[in-house]
Design a protein around this ligand. Sequence first.
Ligand code: GDP
Length: 296
Amino acid sequence: MFATLSDKLDLVFKKLRGQGVMTEDNVKDALREVRLALLEADVNFKVVKDFVEKVRSRAVGTEVLQSLAPGQQVIKIVHDELVLLMGGSEDNSLDLAAKPPVAIMLVGLQGAGKTTSCGKLAKHLKGQRKKPLLVPADVYRPAAIEQLKVLGRQLDIEVFNSLATQKPLDICREAHRYATLNGFDVIIFDTAGRHQIDDYLMEELEGIRDELAPREILFVADAMTGQEAVNVAQGFNERLGITGVILTKLDGDAKGGAALSIKAVTGKPVKFVGLGEKLDALDVFHADRLVSRILG
Ligand code: GDP
């Protein structure tokens, strides 16, 4: 288990105490443990491979500090490099720098947590004294429209009266007009999902994107789906050009390694993490917290 990665590395390096520098051989065993820990945490194997190579080149030849056990030294290198891979301390806040109403579009597979995240995001923005309008645009699943209306009532945030009989593009146009006329700062669009990526869905989402010119296209990824989330993220990014990620269900068992892979593969930052079903269970993303979680 990666909860004991630290212990394992201590064991690997026991022999090394008193030696001058870390050699290729010493580091090899340690990196095997690191590789396993990352794979178990759902980090994509290719990302792991590149990453381990980077750590190897940094660790080999490093002087063994008297003050720190070598295992801890490697952990520190791994930790620092993982944080860097996640974007370090770069600003992951929402980009709302446009003439209001600023559009945010949430996309992702069915069940990933889009509708819930729309509600959470609206609450988050309301807390920043913004006036958000929630717009349901999943006309294939009328329950999704109702679900967002229920969330809106709980939050005391207005939900646009989309009808399941309308075309998503018409909903966009009307909602945008409504938001402009009624002084909303932000429009949050809940789009349709499928069980897998398909062409029709992507064409529809492209149409909405072109109509709305959203400032943010946030891909909602379910952390529990692990490595699959990376392929899906890549698919959405290629077609739509996502601007960031909301990683949901991190309150479960998932270590969240998918976040690392998605960032490494798409180059797009994780902006928020979902930590429960409740509407306040949304956190702004912190790279160091996720890395600590992965390393146990
Ligand atoms: P959508 O189909 O993408 O709109 O997904 P929903 O928003 O309907 O969410 C699907 C399920 O996941 C619901 O039961 C949500 O309550 C649940 N869910 C969403 N986000 C989270 C989260 O961060 N943690 C947990 N535990 N459940 C979540």
